[in-house]
Write a protein that binds this ligand. Structure first.
Ligand SMILES: Nc1ncnc2c1ncn2[C@@H]1O[C@H](COP(=O)(O)OP(=O)(O)OP(=O)(O)O)[C@@H](O)[C@H]1O
Ligand SMILES: [Mg+2]
Length: 287
């Protein structure tokens, strides 16, 4: 489906309050995979750590850079338009493979930096009305410009995550197969339930992406526990993302896995195309 046929972007949030499970890595790979399909993608860095921003921004941020924090301030603090916050990325123009005539996808970024986003979080928490819908409101005017909005969340269950869940059409968890992640998924499912019940009944649980997989015995055990216990949505246990140092190295070098010399990485890049196809249907998508 080409962008023109979509009325507005699909908004997809990656969540898991456990840190270091692979959320940012997943968002980067999904953004790349979607751009390779010719989609217009907006990535929202919604984590004060700003890892997505560091990985994706085409230019270093300037000292007074507008960031996502400026777009979600409570009304009395005069938020900026999200469109004015968005910057170019290393993947602003990605050629669709084998397209003739040539077609291009793109990835834009609403960047984040530590202090402003931490401060915005405090201001939102202290504000009286609409604190859960700051991101939804900020996003509304730009949804027509994109096919897919991907929100990378911090490892936390606070007001920023709630804002992401209120703004999103779909949420998926990124999880390792271990005990802490299994516990974390249960808590995350409760948070998503709260978001649905109170603010966003249309929010849909896409599933659980298993990340940093090493195929160990304990992982197999905990994966089974997760599959048996997680009932909010499917666990994507057929498309597990392996723990390979070359994944990290490729992204650190500003490359997509599709550009890697390693054949297994290029194959893995196609898994992300399958994930994208779950949210943005494309009749031509052959994965
Ligand atoms: N599949 C993988 N193979 C190898 N390294 C990976 C993989 N996934 C993630 N990593 C590495 O693991 C670390 C944590 O990953 P990442 O930053 O994506 O997690 P995160 O969930 O976004 O973390 P945080 O909760 O702090 O935001 C990073 O150094 C990343 O490069
Ligand atoms: Mg992260």
């Amino acid at each position: 489906m080409s962008r023109g046929l979509l009325k507005r972007a699909r908004v997809v949030a990656a969540a898991m309050q456990k840190g270091g499970v692979g959320k940012t890595t997943t968002i980067l790979n999904l953004a790349r995979a979607a751009a390779l399909r010719g989609l217009k993608v907006l990535v929202i860095d919604f984590d004060p750590q700003g890892n997505t921003t560091t990985s994706l921004a085409a230019e270093p941020l300037v000292p007074k850079q507008l960031t996502i924090a400026d777009a979600i301030l409570p009304d009395e603090d005069e938020p900026e338009a999200l469109a004015d916050v968005v910057i170019k990325t290393i993947w602003s123009r990605v050629k669709v493979p084998d397209s003739e005539p040539e077609r291009f996808g793109s990835v834009d970024l609403a960047p984040a930096t530590l202090k402003p986003l931490a401060k915005a979080e405090k201001l939102i928490n202290a504000s009286s009305y609409g604190r859960e819908s700051r991101l939804k409101q900020a996003l509304q005017p730009v949804l027509g410009r994109y096919d897919l909005v991907l929100i990378d969340n911090a490892p936390a269950l606070g007001i920023l995550l709630m804002n992401a869940l209120v703004a999103a059409d779909d949420v998926f968890a990124v999880s390792e197969a271990d005990e802490w992640s299994a516990d974390g998924l249960a808590m995350l499912a409760d948070t998503v339930k709260t978001a649905k019940e109170h603010y966003n009944p249309g929010l849909s649980w896409s599933g659980v992406l298993i990340s940093r997989w090493r195929n160990t015995g304990p992982e197999k055990y905990w994966l089974q526990v997760i599959v048996d216990n997680f009932k909010a949505g499917p666990v994507w246990d057929k498309d597990k993302i392996p723990l390979w140092s070359s994944i990290k190295a490729t992204l650190s070098a500003g490359k997509g896995m599709d550009e890697s010399k390693e054949a297994r990485l290029r194959v893995l890049a196609r898994s992300y195309r399958r994930f994208v196809a779950r949210w943005v249907h494309d009749e031509e998508l052959t994965v």
